[in-house]
Structures are given as C-alpha cells and as structure tokens.
Design a protein around this ligand. Structure first.
Ligand code: A2P
Length: 282
C-alpha cells in the first residue's frame, strides 16, 4: 500500500480503500460535517459510520458537500443490535439510507453478534440478520456485506451460507491483535478492519511505542496505523482535529522494520475498550 486510495480486494472482487476515516464518537453536528469533509480533502475516500453512532445525517451531509463524486467514495454503515433479525434489519437499512441520503451503500456490517450469553437462539438470530443483508446485497443495494466484532464461533454459521462475509471489523491495536480471529478470517478470505487502531488514544503514551515511533520520526498514531497496514489489516482511525486527520493520512513514507513489527506484535495487552463480544449486554 502506497497511498490512501490503494485498495484491498474483497472476496467478491470489490475494492476497498486501505485506510478508512472512523466516525465513532463524532457527534451529529457541524463538527462531524467538518471532520468528514476535512478527511476527504486530505485524501481519504473511505468513511466508516454506523446507525448507533447517531451521526449518519451529518456524515450524509458531508458526503454531499465534500466535492468528490459519490462513486469515488466508499461508505460503510452497520445495523445496530436492537435491529437484529430479518424484517428489522431490512427496515434499519432503509433508515440508514435515508439518513445518509444515499441510494447504495458500499459496505454494510452486523455491528455485534448475538451471543449465547444473551440468547438461546443466538445463531438463528445472526442467520436471520444475515439473510436480510444477503438479500440487499443480491438486489444491488449494497456492494459488500460483512460483520463486526464476530469471533470465529460466531462466524462459523455464516460461513455455511450462500454469500460469505467479506469483512470483519474488530478492535485491533498493539496489545490486542486478536490472532485467533485474524487467522480464521485470513483462512476464510475475510478482510479484517481495525476499529480504534489507536486504542481510542490509549496507545499514544505507551513507552515502547513512543520509543519505536521516534526511530522513524513519526507519531505513535502514525506508527499504529502503519502497523495495521503492514499486518494486512485495514485501519479506521478517528479524529475531529484537522491536523491529526492529516497526520493520520501520512503513513506511506516510512516502513516499520521486521524486528519492530515482531516487537509490537508481541506486546501484551495494556489498554483497550475492554468490550468482549461474548459477554456484552447491549
Ligand atoms: P480527536 O478526535 O480529539 O482528535 P481511535 O481511532 O483509536 O478510536 O482513536 C481516536 C482518539 O485518538 C480520539 O480521541 C482522537 O482525538 C485521538 N487521535 C486521533 N488521531 C490522533 C493523533 N494523530 N494524535 C493524537 N491523538 C489522536
């Protein structure tokens, strides 16, 4: 990968720009419009949102006003947990499309798996949601479909269906590289995306990372984003600060050495969201 518009090829052949602009925790106001427009100005062509972020209307406004054609942008959204199931997912999709003011979506994801912790029929629920996603995909309303926060045992049932997931978006940053899930996805042709590649900022003061970043004369944020790319993972950094939005796009002029990759890949867990797809109760 040499620039923001270079792509990963999904298992259906559709291409996805290699760094996405994350919008989790950006409020539904002018700041959201300004941040997304700034991101596009800085060269991002891939915007990641979700119904539960509550900012789809403002993301949609930014898409309309950013000066780049819709076809040149890659837009992702996600169906929230309260809308799992067949009919509810279809309805949630329509609401998302209305809020974003779009007539097709590039990627639609199941935001979190229904898990055994909360539901006896968790597998059936996930399959029903997936059936709705598959139908929308086959009708051409969505270019690619996938999941988020799915562990291998959540993915197993979906892998036996007609259309297999193209993406799994998981929490991924130094100290939390989810090897088991990533291996499973690699073996099954599922592209892995990283939410919170900076650990929502918790990576930035880590001494090991600071020391390595200094060697390359980059920030820890840039190091973390580059680290994802060199592991074949698609990062989705979020920022509302113009200088950081620009900085996070500048990750193609240095390369982390093999030794440093090993060092970062072997870091123990030290910070993260603490959310576990098997026990989350929201
Ligand atoms: P802000 O949005 O106020 O600029 P993640 O992408 O892992 O969720 O991390 C997002 C957090 O990291 C936000 O708090 C964001 O702050 C902060 N952040 C993003 N990019 C940078 C950067 N280049 N330097 C420092 N902090 C950053």
């Amino acid at each position: 990968m040499n620039k923001l518009t270079d792509t990963f090829k999904l298992n259906n052949g559709y291409e996805i720009p290699c760094v996405g602009f994350g919008t989790w925790q950006i409020p539904n106001d002018e700041l959201c419009v300004g941040s997304v427009v700034k991101a596009v100005e800085c060269g991002y062509r891939h915007i990641d949102t979700a119904a539960v972020y509550g900012n789809e209307k403002r993301v949609g406004e930014a898409i309309k006003n950013c000066g780049v054609k819709r076809e040149e942008l890659f837009i992702t959204s996600k169906v929230w947990n309260s809308e799992r199931g067949y009919e509810t997912t279809l309805a949630a999709f329509e609401k998302t499309m209305n809020d974003l003011c779009l007539d097709y979506l590039d990627l639609y994801l199941i935001h979190w798996p229904a898990s055994a912790y909360r539901f006896k029929n968790w597998e059936e629920i996930n399959l029903n949601t997936w059936r709705a996603m598959t139908e929308l995909y086959k009708a051409g309303r969505i270019k690619a479909i996938g999941v988020s926060n799915f562990l291998p045992h959540h993915l197993d049932a979906l892998m036996k269906t007609e259309v297999k997931p193209m993406v799994n978006q998981i929490e991924y940053h130094p100290g939390q590289i989810q090897e088991h899930t990533v291996d499973y996805c690699n073996k099954n042709g599922i592209t892995v995306e990283a939410w919170s590649p900076l650990g929502t900022g918790k990576m930035l003061k880590n001494e090991v990372l600071v020391k390595i970043s200094e060697k390359y004369n980059v920030s820890v944020a840039q190091l973390c984003i580059r680290f994802c790319l060199q592991n074949g993972i698609l990062p989705l950094p979020k920022s509302v600060t113009p200088s950081r939005i620009k900085e996070n796009a500048d990750v193609f002029s240095f390369e982390i050495s093999k030794e440093d990759m090993v060092k970062i890949n072997s870091m123990e867990y030290f910070a993260g969201s603490g959310l576990d797809p098997d026990t989350e109760d929201f």
